[in-house]
Ligand binder design. Structure first.
Ligand code: G3P
Ligand code: CA
Ligand code: CA
Ligand code: CA
Length: 289
């Protein structure tokens, strides 16, 4: 086991921020060491204040180059080009690969062992401007919300388990018929109304805000991992859902990438099918509790 480092005060033996909070009464947001069930030690960010605290940062997804269509940095879709022969893309939604650093989580993609190791009940999501430093993440964020229904208990205990059940893969099913779960959220910053405005006016016509949705499928059978803050009712999910498999047929390769087709009607224009510049240039930080 690990010893407690009194001088740092943060080297405690816990497998999640929830456990840190419950066993050590840790109260401050910040970076802490955790230990996975197989003994891997890693540092991550704990949100100890939102809705009772105990939230562990397990991943961050960002679009480093909207014009790079499934190129370097598109780890939550594919870094291998728009390819029908690679329908699952890089596969990071349901594998045990890890990458990035907690301090760099808004500067590059991030995924730690907690993603697959922590058995969680709920999720929290922050949209934080790219390159913001961690002490300012909460204050600079543009949208924050969490679930409180313990939905993970029905969906494999975490995102790793959920996406095993709902693979993020081109051709796995069809729009609406095979949509994954949509879970109602409570807003910690923003509201359903401010949430929907981050996406284009056309997109607003085919989703309902106030949910987080997993594994959306579009008209052309491309798969996307997370629709942040919304529940699709239509089939152009490439304009407001993130992550995905390795192939988007429509206008290939234009829709392939971590933020798919957020630039449908131009980069950051917030016209037609385009998302706003703010949401396009923010990292999606994913927390468990
Ligand atoms: O993704 C939008 C495209 O598939 C259809 O756009 O506006 O021509 O219906 P529109
Ligand atoms: Ca890209
Ligand atoms: Ca990325
Ligand atoms: Ca479309």
């Amino acid at each position: 086991g690990l010893s407690i480092d009194i001088s740092v005060g943060r080297h405690l033996n816990a497998s999640s921020c929830k456990q840190l909070k419950e066993q050590y009464n840790t109260k401050d947001d910040g970076l802490y060491y955790l230990t996975s069930s197989s003994g891997t030690e890693y540092m991550t960010f704990c949100d100890m204040t939102t809705a009772g605290g105990g939230w562990t940062l397990v991943a961050g997804a960002r679009e480093n180059n909207m014009y790079g269509r499934c190129t370097v940095g598109d780890r939550w879709s594919s870094q291998q080009g728009n390819d029908i022969n690679n329908p699952g893309g890089d596969g990071n939604w349901d594998n045990t690969n890890t990458f990035g650093t907690p301090e760099g989580a808004t500067a590059d993609d991030f995924k730690n062992p907690g993603y697959y190791d922590i058995t969680a009940e709920d999720m929290s999501v922050w949209h934080v401007p790219n390159k913001a430093l961690h002490p300012t993440w909460k204050s600079s964020s543009i949208l924050r919300y969490h679930t409180d229904s313990k939905f993970f208990t029905q969906y494999g205990g975490n995102l790793y388990g959920l996406f095993k059940r709902y693979p993020v893969r081109y051709g796995i099913g069809q729009c609406n018929v095979n949509l994954g779960p949509s879970i109602p959220v409570k807003y910690d910053l923003g509201s359903p109304d401010t949430n929907k405005l981050f996406y284009g006016p056309n997109s607003r016509g085919e989703f309902q805000p106030g949910f987080i949705t997993f594994r959306a499928i579009n008209n052309e059978r491309a798969a996307m991992a997370i629709c942040s803050g919304v529940k699709p009712t239509g089939c152009n999910t490439e304009h407001y859902c993130i992550g995905g498999g390795g192939f988007w047929p429509e206008a290939g390769p234009r829709q392939c990438g971590d933020f798919a087709s957020f630039d449908g009607e131009g980069y950051g224009t917030n016209l037609g099918w385009s998302a706003s510049k703010e949401i396009t240039e923010a990292t999606v930080l994913l927390f468990y509790r």
